[in-house]
Design a protein around this ligand. Structure first.
Ligand code: TXA
Ligand code: MG
Length: 352
């Protein structure tokens, strides 16, 4: 792939001046690629109605062609020309959760290029809750296709330096708007079938959705760890977030996790391996061996979601051979966190 010069601009989301992001919108309108922050993770944006522009996203990320992209919009009116029909319940959901970390799947209209949907008859749409993202979409005046702005297979980027690490010289611009708030990607909810199905857990939790519509279900691939189940969301089947080191996720009673992790840390260190431990505020002082990084507090799982991908990247930079990670409960945002941890470890779970 030929190198391109990546321009990096800093934008203060609290004091957003249209002037600052005009160029980003212009690049996208003309078929280029721009990474920008959303409330979940950074996205790599391109004109969602231009196949050649979308192709540049796939190239820069090294993304498999059959993994469809999310179209990002800034106004609900933009939805109409992109989808075939909007079920009644979807209006209720959008009213409550848009803009926000929730992607909805609908039957696609003829206007949506096949490149976006990987040949599927459905399309994923989301309205992000981030001033910079919304302004860029508004100024570009088109739906913006934006997967997470990482190299395929690596953890999603939660700040601009992660994007630069992966995509420098491969995209036209990075809009640096600081760290993203939520830290895990949006919930993907399929509205195209009989029953609304959560295909990927994320910022809007299953419990949140249940409170609004009671007939929502979790896709089997989320509930079970069975690898034989083919996920409905193509992206869920690929290797994801994989750190360089071999990662194990522990689950069970916190005391048991701490003693197991201590046991394995000692064992691996004795074998001459470099060990990283993903701990929580509550347990960090209980580890005497290995490099301990704190994900956040068990009392505030949002803090864990926010730090998760950064910590996995950090362990790559530290070149650890082994990562021993504490699991957390799957209530609320915990479900999304455990889903990402399991994927990062290649489903290497140890119940203790
Ligand atoms: O929070 C997010 O959603 C971020 C930010 C940038 O908006 N974006 C993101 O995009 O995570 P990406 O491409 O990394 O993940 C999109 C997921 C993939 O798992 C993909 O397979 C799924 O959505 N998806 C897209 N279109 C789909 C469709 N028509 N049917 C089923 N799954 C779909
Ligand atoms: Mg992604």
């Amino acid at each position: 792939m030929s190198k391109i010069k990546t321009k990096i601009i800093k934008v203060d989301p609290e004091n957003l001046k249209e002037e600052r992001v005009k160029e980003a919108a212009k690049i996208i309108k003309r078929g280029g690629t721009v990474a920008f922050p959303t409330e979940t993770v950074y996205g790599l944006g391109a004109n969602g109605l231009d196949e050649r522009a979308v192709e540049r996203i796939f190239k820069a990320k090294g993304r498999p062609q059959d993994n469809p992209l999310i179209l990002h919009i800034a106004f609900k009116e933009q939805l109409e020309e992109l989808v075939e029909d909007i079920p009644e319940e979807a209006f209720k959901i959008m009213e409550k959760f848009w803009p926000g970390p929730l992607t909805l799947i609908f039957k696609k209209s003829a206007k949506v290029p096949d490149k976006i949907t990987g040949g599927l008859s459905t399309v994923a749409i989301r309205m992000p809750d981030n001033k910079i993202a919304l302004k860029i979409i508004e100024l570009a005046g088109i739906p913006i296709a934006a997967p997470s702005a990482n190299t395929s297979g690596r953890p999603s980027p939660t700040n601009a330096s992660h994007v630069v690490e992966d995509l420098c010289s491969k995209i036209n611009m990075v809009v640096d708007g600081g760290s993203t708030g939520i830290g895990v990607e949006s919930t993907v909810l399929d509205m195209s079938g009989e029953i609304p199905m959560v295909l990927r857990p994320g910022g809007i939790t299953y419990e949140d959705l249940k409170l609004l519509i009671n007939n929502v279900e979790l896709d089997k691939s989320i509930i079970k760890d069975d690898e034989n189940i083919i996920p409905k969301s193509p992206g869920q089947k690929y290797k994801h977030y994989a750190p360089k080191g071999e990662m194990t996720v522990f689950s069970g009673d916190v005391e048991n996790m701490v003693s197991s992790i201590n046991y394995f840390a000692k064992k691996y260190i004795k074998e001459g391996k470099k060990v990283g431990i993903m701990a929580t505020e509550e347990t960090k002082s209980r580890y005497s061996k290995g490099t301990v990084l704190v994900m956040g507090s068990r009392e505030n799982k949002e803090s864990i979601a926010k730090n998760l991908f950064n910590i996995i990247r950090e362990f790559d930079n530290l070149d650890v051979d082994i990562i021993l990670a504490e699991g957390i409960d799957t209530i609320g945002i915990g479900r999304a966190i455990m889903n990402r941890m399991k994927k990062a470890s290649g489903n290497n779970l140890k119940r203790v």
